[in-house]
Write a protein that binds this ligand. Structure first.
Ligand SMILES: *[C@@H]1O[C@H](CO)[C@@H](O)[C@H](O)[C@H]1NC(C)=O
Length: 156
């Protein structure tokens, strides 16, 4: 038993070292599963919106979108206080028009038809804002400055 534990620890250490070496950090991505033919993955390293976007692309994915009630329900069902909770960058940002959010990958407008309410982080009411998903018992689309660091949600 002890031997197995030692081997696991070594395996984990070498993963951590490989990660530091490449700087990609893809080892931390956690698969939430699939809905509507796409897969959601999250990573709990804090990054700006731009760095989150780069991270998803380097991992062969893109920043996630939430475009149907089914996708919103799926993510809500994955809420877990100790694992999948908190703020996760999504692929939505404003087009220098207050409160007009567009999904980066499709160019379509982010709307409230998915059943998520919008919440504005205090102090970020105008432009250069990005959309995060707030994973909680009652999840919301959170609007915050793009430079603010938080976790990330990618999709394939
Ligand atoms: C939340 O995640 C932890 C750690 O993986 C797990 O032990 C626990 O059962 C999960 N809770 C729920 C409600 O799924």
């Amino acid at each position: 038993m002890r031997v197995i534990i030692v081997i696991l620890v070594i395996a984990e250490l070498s993963l951590a070292m490989a990660e530091t070496g490449t700087g990609s950090g893809t080892f931390n991505l956690i698969n939430l599963g699939s809905v509507d033919g796409k897969n959601y993955f999250y990573d709990k390293t804090r990054r700006t919106w731009q760095a989150s976007r780069d991270f998803c692309i380097e991992s062969g994915m893109e920043l996630a979108t939430i475009e149907t009630p089914k996708q919103a329900e799926f993510l809500k069902s994955k809420y877990n206080y100790s694992t999948f909770s908190g703020f996760y960058k999504l692929g939505g940002r404003d087009a220098l028009l207050a409160r007009q959010f567009t999904w980066d990958s499709s160019g379509t407008a982010a709307t409230d038809i998915v059943g998520l309410n919008w919440r504005v982080d205090p102090g970020y009411s105008e432009y250069l804002t990005c959309v995060s998903y707030y994973s909680n018992i009652i999840p919301v689309f959170n609007i915050v400055g793009c430079e603010v660091e938080s976790f990330v949600l990618c999709q394939t």
